[in-house]
Write a protein that binds this ligand. Structure first.
Ligand code: ATP
Ligand code: MG
Length: 370
């Protein structure tokens, strides 16, 4: 898909903006704090109706404005779409081709984007929680059923933990109640584990190829799922069910002592290896960044597989951090298939020859010129 143009009203530091004639590769160049990330964020918000940076919509509305408005026309395989999104303290309103959508879920997915921003480095460097959030967001985007099981799991987990806390230090706890929660925890947990396993296998396939391309074949990237129990490969639900139940009974005493659930997908992790060495521990900054980037770029292919069309790629402050060879490989990987928006503080930090034909937009104090 292809974003033809965008207009913003009262969005962050943009009071009024109308931008036309986007190209395949678009460079947004400007000094710090001028509005480069805000512009990428606006495209992201139009796709997902929420920001990658904040959960508070109020922050997206300009200091002077009462409601923010984003609209764009998007070229898709089956024709053009005009998308409109209004954010106000009362809520969100979304229109497709002028028709208001009663459910936001009907609007989400009209435009698909993949964003890569500096904070995504945390997927590699950060805590297991960051990696679980990454998995949940990505799987949720391509498989809506996943989020249902995740929500149910979290609800049951919360209640089970409360019960464990109540039983803590008491002899008269009611193990019968715990078994009711066990059953539900395991039912939803197994679905989550199975989908994570399947997703990681697909992601691995693409990430490995892309990473090898960006590094001229010198780096073999490997993703390893680290479930909190059992082996990595097995996908059979009945088998996983039994394994999870056995694990819970093994942990029972410890759980009662500590007052919390100690096994399950809420304790899963994901590890990355380059040429057999763990990236978290041994990788250089550039390798860690390239690993995170390869994961995000793999998502582009997964979305294409799932919906039959390439998403739009948003690269915030990442290209200038890569060496010229990696920059060139990155641009070439998706050239003429994936429309790309790239921010940087200066054009001189972008060395790839391929960028010579890019459309350049200069961002200055909430205004954009070419
Ligand atoms: P950098 O190179 O440092 O990443 P940037 O060009 O990406 O800079 P942005 O993150 O887009 O900068 O932010 C630009 C400015 O937008 C900031 O100075 C910030 O104060 C301002 N800003 C953020 N939210 C709002 C808002 N709701 N209303 C008005 N201005 C805002
Ligand atoms: Mg920025």
């Amino acid at each position: 898909m292809f974003v033809n143009n965008i207009s913003l009203q009262h969005y962050r530091n943009y009071e009024q903006l109308q931008l036309d004639s986007f190209g395949d590769v678009n460079l947004l160049i400007g000094q710090n704090a001028q509005g480069k990330t805000n512009l990428l964020e606006a495209i992201f918000v139009l796709a997902l109706t929420k920001s990658h940076r904040t959960s508070k919509d109020r922050e997206l509305i300009s200091f002077q404005g009462e409601s923010a408005h984003i609209s764009a026309s998007v070229e898709k395989k089956y024709g053009p779409l005009k998308l409109d999104l209004t954010l106000s303290p009362q809520g969100k309103k979304a229109k497709i081709n002028g028709l208001e959508q009663r459910k936001l879920s009907n609007f989400i997915g009209s435009l698909n984007v993949v964003m890569f921003a500096p904070e995504d480095l945390e997927i590699v460097k950060g805590t297991p929680g960051v990696r679980r959030r990454f998995l949940d967001m990505e799987i949720g985007q391509v498989q809506p059923g996943y989020l249902f099981h995740l929500q149910q799991y979290q609800k049951v987990l919360h209640q089970r933990n409360n019960l464990l806390k109540q039983m803590w230090g008491k002899d008269n706890g009611e193990p019968g109640m715990l078994e009711v929660w066990d059953q539900q925890l395991v039912e939803h947990g197994v679905k989550i584990i199975k989908k994570r396993k399947q997703f990681i296998i697909k992601l691995q396939r693409w990430a490995e190829t892309i990473h090898s391309g960006i590094t001229n074949g010198s780096e073999a990237l490997e993703l390893v799922y680290l479930p909190s129990f059992g082996d990595t490969e097995e996908e059979d639900e009945a088998y996983l069910f039994d394994q999870f139940m056995i694990k819970l009974s093994q942990m029972r005493e410890q759980e009662l002592r500590r007052g919390m659930t100690l096994a399950g997908p809420h304790r899963d992790d994901l590890a990355f290896y380059i040429n057999g060495k763990e990236v978290h521990t041994y990788g250089s900054q550039g390798q860690q960044r390239t690993t995170a980037l390869s994961l995000k770029l793999a998502e582009i292919e997964l979305i294409q597989e799932e919906i039959g069309e390439y998403p739009v790629l948003l690269l915030d402050d990442v290209l200038s951090e890569l060496d010229p060879y990696r920059q060139t490989q990155l641009i070439e990987t998706f050239q003429s298939r994936v429309q790309t928006f790239i921010t940087a503080t200066g054009i001189e930090s972008l060395n790839a020859d391929k960028l010579k034909n890019a459309s350049i937009f200069r961002v200055h104090e909430g205004q954009v010129g070419s």
